[in-house]
Design a protein around this ligand. Structure first.
Ligand code: SD4
Length: 337
């Protein structure tokens, strides 16, 4: 690549006329690359979906500042909403499936593109921690269901009942009508996805959820799927999703956001383009009635952004300049249209 750039530069400077015209597109490409890489990196940078991102960011920031490894910092941050029984979309206290079982999905990925993931995991409060062990202690990327559970026990995690009395009460109420219609972002605390640019300039991320409330037993969403709920390339940036996992899987959402950033789009622009694509593919789909998807993204320069299909999506950002705060994502439409 650098040889090619040198060649282009020499050609462009050394000769005018035909060779300049021939080199024109190439020069434009190389200028784009320079414009991106010349910006000052804002490090560290942490961005997480929804309000529960604030306490998670706080803990992750603290650990990074104390010199902890970034994956450990992400794990500790995400353990907070996972352990909070009042958050009904993540970990302990998460809404169960239609059979009353709380089944959890999570994944984690580091700057070497190593990743670990668990899906359809029952009885373990901190799936992000099990996902990290999959990354570190197995030759695999993803463990599911009973196998993930057995692995967690072998790693020393303890089995717990994750269905709180409140969630059980809501589930019994739901059973009266038994209508599956995800109500995403009404309560403003869905899946937590977190993306981090650490002090070394490396990118990592994680995602953890109890998935869609009242889902079929065995249903797995986008959140534990590398490329759908989370994706990163340390040379480019990272993206993560929240919302209706089926739509995100159908479009390889997070991977596509990263690829658009590789082509020069800003995090905001890349998230928007994929949300538009999801809309185009779903506008006549049965899921459209309740479809919500949102993405967050960061790039290697410390720029960040987010975009959602419908209004109501926000995310927590923590950087040196402005501290830890919530920001509202731009969106395509409100819930009425
Ligand atoms: C899923 N994407 O399981 C998750 C749920 C979610 O905002 O993020 N809701 O489909």
């Amino acid at each position: 690549m650098s040889n090619r750039r040198n060649f282009i530069k020499t050609t462009a400077l050394g000769t005018l006329g035909i060779s300049t015209i021939v080199g024109c597109k190439e020069i434009a490409e190389s200028e784009t690359t320079t414009a991106v890489t010349d910006k000052t990196q804002k490090k560290p940078l942490i961005i997480s979906t929804w309000n529960h991102g604030l306490p998670a960011n706080e803990e992750t920031w603290k650990q990074i500042k104390n010199g902890k490894p970034t994956l450990d910092a992400i794990e500790s941050g995400m353990n907070i909403p996972e352990g909070d029984p009042n958050i009904r979309s993540v970990g302990y206290g998460g809404y169960p499936d239609r059979e009353g079982k709380v089944t959890l999905d999570a994944c984690i990925m580091d700057h070497n593109s190593d990743c670990g993931s668990v899906s359809f995991l029952e009885g373990i409060k901190h799936p992000i921690s099990v996902a990290k062990r999959v990354l570190q202690n197995t030759p695999h990327v993803m463990l599911s269901g009973e196998g993930a559970f057995q692995f967690a026990l072998e790693e020393g995690f303890k089995e717990e009942n994750l269905l709180t009395p409140e969630s059980e009460k809501d589930w019994k109420k739901w059973l009266e009508a038994s209508k599956y219609k995800p109500v995403i972002n009404i309560e403003n605390h869905d899946t937590i996805s977190m993306l981090v640019l650490d002090e070394a300039g490396n990118i990592s991320g994680g995602c953890t959820t109890s998935g869609a409330a009242w889902k079929m037993h065995g249903r797995v969403g986008d959140s534990p799927i590398i490329g759908a709920g989370l994706f990163l390339d340390n040379e480019v940036g990272a993206a993560a999703a929240t919302g209706l996992g089926e739509a995100v899987i159908r479009t390889a959402g997070s991977a596509m956001v990263v690829e658009l950033m590789r082509q020069g789009k800003s995090p905001d622009e890349a998230c928007k383009e994929i949300v538009e694509r999801i809309y185009d593919k779903h506008k006549n789909h049965k899921d459209m009635e309740y479809l919500q998807v949102g993405f967050i993204a960061i790039n290697k320069n410390g720029e960040y952004g987010g975009y959602s299909l419908r209004s109501g999506f926000n995310y927590a950002v923590y950087d040196e300049d402005k501290g830890n705060r919530m920001e509202d994502a731009q969106f395509k439409m409100t819930w009425d249209n």
